[in-house]
Design a protein around this ligand. Structure first.
Ligand code: PLP
Length: 423
């Protein structure tokens, strides 16, 4: 019997024994094609020699030093690399151990920004339905995945909730894409006005919605409208790029394709590509300025912030992405994947929508294509799909529909950037 509290208490999953490139091998020698990078994590695949070499070198030199005493070349180097490659004045980095910690950091940084500015009455975040920002209490509070939230809701802070940008589900038949986008932005503006702009800290949103909705990109102009409203009412725009960032969509940050620059960005998964647990926040000069001139510190911190070994792994991953021109590879393989999915599944009566950006694609399943009616959640179709694919040696990332039955089961594909055309 396993002594681990596994994700499902129903059993113990297979033991992953080795991995190379896009393949994971279990203890029985069975091979699995990692078509989802775990959870959109393994952007360079497994066993990349450059990352392993950087990891070994770092551990030989310095595995860990507490940030209460020291900084490290590895963390400084990673911050310098990220600052050099981020748009606008996003130049200030904070390194944590994963996505949820990155979101917590972003929320606290945003709150402290306003406290330092002398606006402590700002206590509220605006976030969207059908979103996921992590499983710690602050991140879960801003998240809009009801299944994940429901038993913990009494412990979570209140947020103002607005609609997701989900064109397939929510654009009316007689509505143009522009009208739909304008409707969403009107709703956001009304929510800001109803709450009182002076009470709002920030708007939090995934650029391309991942774990809850299966790779849903924003409509053209939506994020530009969000940026305009945040500026108009003096609130911060916090982008969650934990899943969709670090090249996954074909640009380093997904929001670059929407022509916006957020005030604070959270990232994780593809940052370290799974070689070490690492997440990060990158923030603008504007956000850091009042902390510098005010209290002189960010009132936050964990034992493992700026972990040198994790930073060295992430820096190696990010350097390989740049050196090997992998963003272009993501664009090309992404276009190929989208075309193949449309060719194979476009006419399938149970496929309602195929969407995504780059190597971040989602397929939503429906019982009835005309009415977009999802399958009964009690069927747990996503669980059956996962089992079916695993039996055939294929890893995909399936998720159930929403509790309200408005969104169907879906499957997320996020293969490593190094996947070949044949693979
Ligand atoms: N934000 C988004 C968009 C995510 O997809 C996830 C994880 O799936 C998180 C935050 C939380 O990241 P982690 O699981 O590393 O805590």
């Amino acid at each position: 019997m396993s002594h681990i509290i596994h994700r499902s208490l129903a059993g113990t999953p297979p033991v992953a024994a080795a991995a190379q490139g896009i393949w994971i091998t279990d203890a029985n020698g069975k091979r699995y094609l990692d078509a989802c990078g775990g959870a959109a994590v393994s952007c360079l695949g497994h066993g990349h020699p450059d990352v392993l070499a950087a990891l070994h070198a770092q551990i030989d030199k310095l595995a860990y030093a507490h940030t209460g005493f020291f900084t490290s070349d590895a963390a400084e180097g990673l911050a310098k690399h990220l600052a050099a490659h981020a748009p606008g004045d996003l130049t200030h980095c904070y390194f944590v151990s994963g996505g949820s910690e990155a979101i917590e950091t972003a929320l606290k940084l945003a709150r402290q920004y306003f406290v330092e500015l002398g606006e402590p009455e700002r206590t509220t975040f605006i976030a969207r339905r059908q979103s996921y920002h992590g499983n710690t209490l602050g991140a879960l509070a801003v998240g809009g995945n009801e299944w994940r939230r429901r038993q913990f809701a009494p412990l979570l802070m209140d947020v103002v909730r607005v609609s997701a940008c989900n064109e397939y589900r929510d654009r009316a038949a007689d509505e143009s894409q522009e009208q739909y986008t304008a409707r969403l932005l009107n709703e956001l503006e009304q929510a800001i006005l109803d709450a009182g702009p002076q009470t709002i800290i920030g708007f939090v949103a995934e650029t391309v919605v991942g774990a809850t909705s299966g790779a849903i990109p924003p409509t053209p102009g939506y994020l530009a409208g969000v940026r305009r409203l945040c500026d108009k009412y003096g609130i911060l725009y916090i982008a969650d790029e934990v899943m969709c960032g670090m090249g996954r969509t074909g640009t380093l940050y997904a929001f670059e394709q929407d022509g916006v620059v957020p005030d604070i960005v959270a990232m994780a998964k593809g940052l370290g590509g799974g070689y070490q647990p690492i997440g990060a926040v990158i923030a603008s000069d504007k956000v850091l300025a009042p902390l510098r001139t005010g209290s002189g510190l960010f009132q936050h911190g964990h034992t493992y912030i700026c972990h040198p070994t994790a930073a060295a792994a992430a820096l190696a991953v990010q350097q390989v992405i740049q050196r090997d021109n992998l963003l272009v590879q993501v664009q090309e393989r992404g276009a190929q994947l989208a075309a193949l999915l449309r060719e194979a599944l476009g006419d399938n009566p149970f496929v309602g929508d195929i969407r995504g950006r780059g190597l971040f694609m989602g397929v939503e399943l429906v019982r009835d294509r005309e009415t977009k009616t999802p399958f009964d959640p009690a069927l747990k179709l996503h669980v059956a799909i996962k089992r079916h694919c695993l039996a055939r040696g294929l890893m995909v990332y399936p998720m159930g529909g929403t509790l309200d039955g408005r969104q169907g089961d879906h499957v997320l594909l996020a293969p490593p950037f190094i996947i070949s055309p044949q693979q």
